[in-house]
Design a protein around this ligand. Structure first.
Ligand SMILES: Cc1cc2nc3c(=O)[nH]c(=O)nc-3n(C[C@H](O)[C@H](O)[C@H](O)COP(=O)(O)OP(=O)(O)OC[C@H]3O[C@@H](n4cnc5c(N)ncnc54)[C@H](O)[C@@H]3O)c2cc1C
Length: 400
């Protein structure tokens, strides 16, 4: 098994050029490492629509020097609001204004996910120490006595002093650590954008709003300096439970959301329907590093999107792995072990809370009435439920 190799001039190999992989490449290059990013797709691109970035991620993006570019295309909402999906009643909100920014040291941002990827990509392209290689599907990765090796589907192979598997939910690299499989939640998500002036019903343009209801929710917020409007519909599919192949199709979407309030029904005709995302996560694992090979982002800890933290945690990982290399410059194996010790505990808590948050959003019956009452009486200045997530912390500290 590989050991040490801290003094090696070999690059760090990053498998996967999504948000997590590119953020890690950029962070590691800032610490003086050469990095090679091996991406399966022919281009570095993100499909999908909006992305919410909480201050635990925007603090890292600020320290990477990307905030000016994010400011040009992102939106800085004033409030996160929860409403009921059936009756459009206000439940609670979180003020994201100056007090929030002071408290957490960075803003809450919403932006198009491809805008973030483009900013990360440009940041990487500006670094001579980062080599970006699209069209490279990794099939095998191995520790070697003097580092690591990655073998591609096209027969080429790459050597490095360390390898970071940032290859997403269906990770190939993860198979080295676990024989687990993604867990299908039975929920499906539709999302898309429209020009804001064409949106048939939108919430106040300085808010991110989630309408929550029994087995479904709907989210709206503006993107791209307010010119685009993002919409997401999520529902639990009965067709999935019945084992139907075409589960969660657009007819089922119409049927499930037909019970929602007028605002949602007016907004829905312009919701993107050409693609849908079945919602998966995995059980947390406590070991994702062997020798000089580790995982990052969805490959390590895929989560349901209800806390809007999957990309945020991948960005935290990028900072944490950079810090670990800074603290252990002479021993790659120990740097990765240090990264794993801190991140497995933190991200397991986020994964589990994402599920719980989904259960709370989608509950029905007496539970729903109790939840609504609790939210309605919540003090909007109460940060006790998010401090652990958004608050400043040493990302290598071993605590949840
Ligand atoms: C509906 C929805 C809404 C969401 N909303 C939010 C949100 O508001 N905020 C938030 O923080 N998160 C959100 N997320 C989660 C977020 O999108 C993901 O957590 C994040 O994109 C993960 O990034 P990643 O780089 O780890 O993985 P990915 O984005 O999956 O990137 C993996 C990359 O690896 C490449 N790859 C795969 N296999 C190989 C291989 N064998 N060899 C080489 N390359 C390979 C892929 O092509 C891809 O480019 C949401 C998710 C969903 C589904």
């Amino acid at each position: 098994m590989a050991n040490g190799t801290g003094g090696s001039k070999d690059p760090i190999l990053v498998v996967g050029g999504g948000i997590g992989g590119l953020a890690a490449a950029l962070r590691l290059s800032r610490s003086g490492h050469d990095v090679v990013v091996l991406e399966k797709a022919a281009q570095f691109v993100e499909i999908g629509a909006g992305l919410q970035l909480a201050p635990n991620a925007t603090r890292v993006l600020t320290s990477l020097g990307l905030m000016d570019k994010i400011r040009e295309v992102g939106v800085f909402p004033n409030r996160l609001r929860l409403k009921t999906a059936l009756t459009d009643e206000n439940l609670s909100y979180l003020d994201l204004g100056e007090g929030f920014i002071q408290r957490y040291g960075a803003p809450y941002v919403v932006m198009h996910r491809n805008d973030l990827l483009t900013i990360l990509l440009q940041g990487c392209q500006e670094q001579p120490s980062i080599e970006l290689l699209p069209g490279k599907e990794i099939r095998e990765v191995e520790n070697q006595p003097d580092g690591v090796i990655a073998v591609c589907a096209d027969g080429t192979s790459y050597r490095g002093k360390a390898l970071i598997g940032a290859d997403g939910l269906w990770s190939t690299v993860r198979k080295k650590f676990s024989d687990d499989a993604p867990v299908n939640s039975g929920y499906v998500s539709y999302r898309g954008t429209v020009p804001t002036d064409r949106a048939t019903a939108h919430a106040p343009l300085d808010e991110v709003v989630a309408w929550i209801g029994p087995n479904l929710h709907y989210v709206q917020y503006p993107l791209r300096s307010g010119n685009l409007y993002n919409q997401v519909a999520v529902f639990k599919s009965d067709q999935y439970l019945k084992g139907m192949e075409d589960w969660g199709n657009s007819e089922e979407l119409e049927e499930k959301l037909s019970v929602t309030c007028e605002h949602i029904r007016t907004a829905m005709p312009l919701l993107g329907r050409d693609h849908r995302w079945p919602m998966y996560d995995r059980e947390p694992i406590d070991k994702w590093t062997i020798g000089n090979i580790t995982l990052l982002g969805d490959a390590a800890h895929p989560m349901l999107q209800y806390l809007a933290q999957g990309a945020c945690q991948a960005i935290e990982d990028a900072e944490a792995i950079g810090m670990a290399f800074d603290r252990e410059p002479k021993n790659v194996t120990e740097a990765l072990a240090m990264y794993e010790r801190a991140r497995t505990i933190r991200t397991a808590r986020v994964q589990r809370n994402a599920r719980l948050w989904g259960d709370m959003w989608h509950i029905d019956g007496a539970g729903r009435l109790m939840r609504d009452e609790l939210f309605k009486t919540r003090d909007p200045d109460d940060h006790s439920h998010i401090e652990w997530l958004y608050g400043k912390r040493d990302l290598l500290e071993v605590r949840p």
